[in-house]
Design a protein around this ligand. Structure first.
Ligand SMILES: *[C@@H]1O[C@H](CO)[C@@H](O)[C@H](O)[C@H]1NC(C)=O
Ligand SMILES: *[C@@H]1O[C@H](CO)[C@@H](O)[C@H](O)[C@H]1NC(C)=O
Ligand SMILES: *[C@@H]1O[C@H](CO)[C@@H](O)[C@H](O)[C@H]1NC(C)=O
Ligand SMILES: *[C@@H]1O[C@H](CO)[C@@H](O)[C@H](O)[C@H]1NC(C)=O
Length: 395
């Protein structure tokens, strides 16, 4: 009898513990319901919640735009606009004119870094590589130049209305938008608006700074943008040593076998043609066109960025300086990146290419290297100590 009683108590205890555990496990989903709703979580919720009115919970395009406007006011609260001016003078939404910057370069020439420096500016909207849909080709004229320029100009005017194929491509290749961090934050919350041209037109027009980079269009076509006084674009040509560019491209799986990407003579013919275009643009638009060599920028990032911001007429905000500090190597003795340091990205080609490969590129790139101030190597043993840079002139 006594034994039975103990057994009974045991069973009751186990039952109580079980009930307690069931109670605990049911607490979790009810907590889950109380968490703030974001669209992605919404998709995971159970059926009882799905039957509630979605349109009542998801803000309208207009509400998202108003929300972003507030975010921008906050982000720009310590940005110094020129005396007497404010954000309204710079946004299309308020009839102002944005500061527009376009980087022209080619694949693997350091444009990710420079693009991200400009995107570190508070209130920047980044049109990252708008010509992705053209594939691994260089646009040098017909047949693509006209449609490509139309895309660039529409984006710089925040007019997505006719960019059907651009948006279609972006839906399946989201990295078209992910670099545009301020847009992408909203895309993650409201994916149903992300590729909607009505939304993008309104959203884009809120931003006082509009930056763009393209690796697929050759420089002489930039004149079409520069001669448009309403756009008032600044154009920056970013140039890199072809030995560094080609070395870096070898490590990308999309490049080998694509003639515009892996043939030194195509790259270097483009560099020669960019040089002639640079002379013309410098003469016609001295205040709106400039060149930067990736190696110079890497050796002395702070000075070059300060000078670039002067040229752009933009205030060098602390966020940009913080970005530079966290993305460039600084020793106690100064910047550690030198032409002898093979770990530094711009000069990594010296150890990654064998001497036969270096010579092959130099043979096909003689003129381009001479024009842009890149020095040929003498022999394999002196390569390590070669300073590949001399000055260049655009006259
Ligand atoms: C859902 O909410 C929206 C906005 O509040 C309202 O206009 C609409 O009539 C509602 N629909 C239903 C089915 O309740
Ligand atoms: C954009 O979204 C709005 C509101 O949801 C909708 O009325 C409109 O048809 C959409 N536009 C496009 C191009 O999908
Ligand atoms: C250099 O590299 C190429 C291919 O990358 C290879 O075919 C060649 O044998 C190498 N040359 C030497 C001297 O190592
Ligand atoms: C390589 O070039 C350097 C610099 O021009 C020279 O001093 C050296 O003698 C050369 N070495 C050989 C093996 O030719």
């Amino acid at each position: 009898m006594m034994v039975r009683k103990n057994e009974m108590l045991g069973i009751i205890t186990v039952a109580i513990v079980c009930l307690f555990l069931i109670g605990l496990s049911q607490k979790e989903p009810s907590n889950y319901h109380n968490r703030p709703l974001r669209y992605k979580q919404f998709l995971d919720l159970d059926d009882s919640l799905k039957s509630t009115n979605i349109t009542a919970i998801i803000p309208s395009i207009q509400q998202v735009v108003v929300q972003q406007k507030k975010l921008l006011a906050h982000e720009l609260s310590d940005y110094r606009f020129p005396k007497g001016e404010s954000i309204e003078d710079y946004t299309l939404a308020s009839g102002g004119r944005p500061i527009r910057t376009v980087i022209f370069t080619t694949w693997r020439s350091g444009s990710t870094f420079l693009g991200d420096v400009l995107n570190a500016v508070p209130g920047n909207y980044y049109h990252y590589e708008p010509l992705l849909e053209y594939g691994i080709v260089q646009i040098r004229g017909a047949p693509h130049a006209e449609s490509a320029l139309y895309t660039l100009k529409s984006l710089l005017s925040c007019d997505y209305t006719n960019l059907y194929s651009y948006l279609q491509y972006g839906m399946s290749h989201v990295y078209l938008f992910t670099h545009n961090t301020r847009l992408w934050n909203q895309c993650e919350m409201y994916p149903q608006y992300c590729w909607n041209s009505t939304f993008l037109n309104e959203f884009c027009k809120l931003f006082p700074f509009q930056s763009m980079k393209t690796v697929r269009m050759r420089l002489w076509l930039a004149e079409d943008l520069l001669k448009d006084d309403d756009l008032n674009v600044r154009v920056v040509l970013l140039v890199r040593d072809p030995r560094g560019t080609l070395q870096s491209r070898r490590h990308r799986d999309w490049c080998p076998g694509q003639p515009d990407c892996d043939h030194p003579n195509n790259l270097c013919a483009d560099m020669v043609s960019d040089y002639s275009a640079a002379i013309q643009l410098k003469r016609r638009y001295p205040d709106r066109f400039r060149v930067i060599r990736y190696e110079d920028l890497s050796l002395n990032p702070h000075d070059h960025i300060r000078s670039l911001f002067d040229f752009l007429g933009m205030y060098l905000h602390q966020d940009v300086i913080n970005f530079l500090d966290s993305h460039t190597k600084i020793n106690i003795g100064g910047v550690s990146s030198t032409f002898r340091d093979s770990k530094s990205a711009p000069f990594h080609w010296k150890t990654d290419l064998n001497y036969t490969e270096v010579q092959y590129i130099e043979e096909h790139c003689e003129e381009a290297m001479k024009l842009w101030g890149y020095v040929r190597s003498k022999n394999s043993s002196s390569l390590k100590d070669l300073n590949p840079l001399i000055s260049y002139e655009i006259q």
